[in-house]
Design a protein around this ligand. Structure first.
Ligand SMILES: C[S@@+](CC[C@H](N)C(=O)[O-])C[C@H]1O[C@@H](n2cnc3c(N)ncnc32)[C@H](O)[C@@H]1O
Length: 235
């Protein structure tokens, strides 16, 4: 890992600067700096940057708002990314527990320590006694956990139709939805982030959940399509 504490001055032409790259079980993960922003590239896919964060925050706030009696709620966030969703959960008094599941050690490292480049984007999340980061693949975690979550807030890909690795496809399939339903507590809410509408995924949600809300969040990119948050609950 390169020394993050040096925070080199960005190139005047805004060329991205590679700060770190690691090769792990799910391909290469890289952290780049472009001007004042950081970018995460995973397995050759641009995952996200630190320039906005509204839809990643809404993933959490909308799920909590949809819960009947959200106080004390156990919220699962999958995955950590740059930390916007964790920041949103931590600044809200309603969650009683916040479990963040992240499979990339590199991402966790970029949040850890005094000069960690991504830590500021997680707000108060890293010092919050309610929050815990679990280093695991989300599907493995869902298969093995005995916890039942009030809110499952998932943002591990660019969406159901644009996954970072093939192994993530199953999360959005009937098998993945079975697992998510099993892990969702009574009265719980499933929230799934996507960079675009996914009609096939929405149809799968509608076939098994009584209430579905599809929330669009406009993006700042010229001609960009809105981000989408799918909120689902049984009643
Ligand atoms: C788009 S980012 C998350 C954005 C996050 N909502 C935020 O506010 O920054 C996706 C994250 O999910 C992680 N991830 C991808 N697949 C995963 C999986 N199967 N299990 C756990 N984490 C995963 C990636 O390493 C990355 O950190």
């Amino acid at each position: 890992m390169l020394p993050m504490s040096t925070h080199p001055i960005p190139a005047p032409d805004d060329t991205p600067e590679l700060l770190d790259r690691r090769v792990g079980p799910y391909g290469e993960v890289a952290l780049r700096r472009r001007g004042p922003h950081f970018e995460v590239i995973a397995n050759g896919t641009f995952l996200m940057d630190t320039s906005d964060g509204r839809s990643e925050r809404l993933l959490i706030s909308a799920a909590l708002d949809a819960l009947d009696g959200a106080r004390g709620a156990h919220v699962l966030i999958g995955g950590l990314g740059v930390g916007f969703s964790l920041a949103e959960a931590a600044q809200d008094r309603r969650p009683g527990r916040i479990t963040v599941v992240e499979r990339e050690r590199a991402i966790i490292d970029w949040h850890t320590g005094a000069d960690a480049p991504l830590a500021p984007f997680a707000g108060q999340g890293h010092g919050d006694p309610r929050a815990e980061i679990v280093h695991a693949d989300l599907m493995d975690h869902l298969r093995t956990t005995e916890d039942r979550y009030d809110a499952l807030c998932l943002d591990i890909d660019n969406g159901p139709d644009w996954t970072v690795t093939d192994s993530n496809d199953s999360l959005y399939s009937e098998t993945g939805l079975d697992l998510l339903e099993r892990t969702l507590g009574d009265g719980g809410v499933l929230a799934v982030w996507s960079a675009a509408h996914s009609p096939a995924f929405e149809a799968r949600l509608r076939a098994r959940f009584a209430r579905i809300e599809v929330i669009e969040v406009p993006v700042h990119v010229e001609r960009g399509v809105p981000d989408v948050v799918y909120l689902s609950s049984r009643g």
